[in-house]
Design a protein around this ligand. Sequence first.
Ligand SMILES: Nc1ncnc2c1ncn2[C@@H]1O[C@H](COP(=O)(O)OP(=O)(O)O)[C@@H](O)[C@H]1O
Ligand SMILES: [Mg+2]
Length: 469
Amino acid sequence: MEAPPGGVDDMTRLSYLHEPGVLQNLATRYELNEIYTYTGSILIAVNPFQRLPHLYDTHMMEQYKGADFGELSPHVFAIADVAYREMINEGKNNSILVSGESGAGKTETTKMLMRYLAHLGGRSGVEGRTVEQQVLESNPVLEAFGNAKTVRNNNSSRFGKFVEIQFDKTGRISGAAIRTYLLERSRVCQINTPERNYHCFYFLCAAPHEDTQRYKLADARSFHYLNQSSCIEVEGINDAEEYLATRRAMDIVGINEEEQEAIFRVVAAVLHIGNINFAKGKEVDSSVIQDDNSRFHLNTASELLECDCNNLEKALITREIVTPEEIITRTLDPESALASRDALAKTIYSRLFDWIVEKINVSIGQDPNSKQLIGVLDIYGFESFKINSFEQLCINYTNEKLQQHFNQHVFKMEQEEYTREEINWSYIEFVDNQDVLDLIEKVLISSYFSYYDRSHKMQGSYDVTSKAK
Ligand SMILES: Nc1ncnc2c1ncn2[C@@H]1O[C@H](COP(=O)(O)OP(=O)(O)O)[C@@H](O)[C@H]1O
Ligand SMILES: [Mg+2]
């Protein structure tokens, strides 16, 4: 049987279910602006790279509400609807897993899922900050601090996120918990053209004059952590507007004015820390603050962090080694001082990120009585750059792990169904990635962590970060 000219909306209806057939079908549908296709109960989305507002408006949401799965065209709303109905009717908790390589559209899809769930479980016509509004507005806040422009995606998530949306007995959203995983720390102090650092740095540099003045900020190009890449502006992102939008979103999720002030103080301090340079000191393997310019940034950073500038200086140019007998203070050569500067910046930034997530969680609040929930998982997708670091290993390993879960779940489910319906089946062939997982888990990770443990025990000077916080 020939495939129909417009393709099929469920791949299980293809006569030949092989890779060329699947790709051909997706391409045919994409030409017709049909970005969604089912494979049984799984939804495949192809990134349209253009806004398709008609696909996601309230009218669409109403159409999918309660419709039988497969009755309407494939859509992300249909997936969310099944999850919600099953939860209501069968009291089943559900998770929706969004996977795909970097730039595939996972985060956008997650936002649509959340918007639809908020539509189903929201209170219409209620004024002020509702739980569902807070859940939705947590996205722009997290993206400001955890997303960045990469080679593949102008708004790439640099952390993993699992949002648990809790519902009460009547099916209304009653709470939420956001869990984030492994923010990419290296980006804070190292980027290459055409990538950018985290959005919030550029937003803040483009803030109204009174704000930038308060944090003694100049043009983004004057900061080492930003000007290592020639990319400062991104088409389609207005940093000045985004600064104000981030502030508004923070208001909604319950981060008050004073806390916002403190958050941006820390963001500015990280930029100033990056501009502190070192020169060789008089003694061997020692260093001093390079010049007046560096001293200005050191002083500003310590003012912003509300810590003593002499202590900050000492923390950067010396290292404390804790032995069972005593604490030995050793001076650092300029190269090691730079490394300790960057380590401080990374630690401060990742703790700031965790603090913001925690703050949002406290503010939205969890519903202790909730027995029903829907989880949505959005992680950083598989990536492979010209130069890959430990962080790509972690990201790609996570993706392999998810793939393994997916394989097991899908194939197990299929085979159980065959058995139930007493259909004769032979074992379904699929590419099992267990070997890859074994390699990473048994060899690389265990050796890395034993190294990591050892090197961290040696570097007692990391303690300063908790004081600076
Ligand atoms: N459904 C969609 N509609 C319109 N644009 C989309 C859609 N999905 C993705 N995009 C575009 O692609 C970009 C990358 O998508 P994103 O969800 O950030 O990818 P991922 O999270 O998989 O890395 C988005 O910034 C957006 O411009
Ligand atoms: Mg993403």
